[in-house]
Design a protein around this ligand. Sequence first.
Ligand SMILES: C[S@@+](CC[C@H](N)C(=O)[O-])C[C@H]1O[C@@H](n2cnc3c(N)ncnc32)[C@H](O)[C@@H]1O
Length: 349
Amino acid sequence: MTLLEMTRAKRGRAPRRLSGPAARRGGAGTGASGAQARHVPALAQELIELLDPRPGECAIDCTFGDGGHARLVARRLGPAGTLVAIDRDPLAEERFAQFQREVPCSVRFIRSGYAEALELLAREGLQADMAYFDLGMSWMQVDARERGFSYSYDAPLDMRMDPDQELSAVEIVNSWDERRLARLLREYGEERYATQIARGIVRTRRREELRCTQQLVDVIKAAMPVPAQFAGGHPARRTFQALRLAVNDELGQLDAALPAAWDLLREGGRLAAISFHSLEDRRVKRFLADRARGCVCPPELPICVCGRQPEAELLSRRAVAPTPGEVASNPRSKSAHLRAARKLEVEPR
Ligand SMILES: C[S@@+](CC[C@H](N)C(=O)[O-])C[C@H]1O[C@@H](n2cnc3c(N)ncnc32)[C@H](O)[C@@H]1O
């Protein structure tokens, strides 16, 4: 049993109280503008247990959001510690202004994609004791109706985490050809009706430009058989996920950022990632498993000739999921999966 499994077993399955500002305000914020909404971090205690931040250490929060995880980490780092916060969303930068007044450690914010920010930190020669990702959208983004992340509100088809970037969802749905759209929906949305939805989008836009989320939701529903519209969650969920991933190049960012974050860690440093769908979790799992693999010689060789040593120790045998108590109090945590590893000393050959 790993350390985390032991602590979870001790805690039992009792519902966990919300922590942070949302708890003080009596629950999750949902409003017309993400500026009011607060984010309730998923798997927060589990993340802290695996990262185990200690006084004086340096942490990189690659997805600062509302700073829910960062607050818990910063408290453990204490006045001698340093926390570097990264986020591409200006709303996160606004939240950081408040955060820095509350926490005891030295802090710094970088508004950028995390792949580029980690490159910058490497050029500066930073070495960190931990780096972590809480992937996907913040509640502030989902609940800011005007940003078009949600299929539940009518809003412009936008979905940009960084409003300064050019590509938005409106451009993808109105300019990508049918095959490219279908491939996007299949690969990034794992959407069974990708071909039909792509065809519906292209047909509709011949008549009128698709500008709003509800126009797109109508096209998606019309492209699906009626029973499928009522099975497996909202019919637009997978298409919206695919568009959001493409608009923000989320998987490309993650592929570049995992090795960059790993390289910034000192020996003994910890890397953790919380994912919310299998496309992300698979990448994290593969990355960490690859670092944790030792000798790769064919089994028929009597001795190791590759000399490969594991660079990582996995901190949990399998992905950590939220307890039923957490899911009950924070339903958006339902699909969260946490994986983490510690960087090992590799002896020179
Ligand atoms: C799930 S939220 C993080 C919430 C945060 N852990 C908290 O407790 O408040 C994810 C955040 O990561 C940011 N983000 C997602 N992809 C990013 C990327 N490639 N580069 C920088 N920030 C990114 C989003 O803008 C969003 O604010």
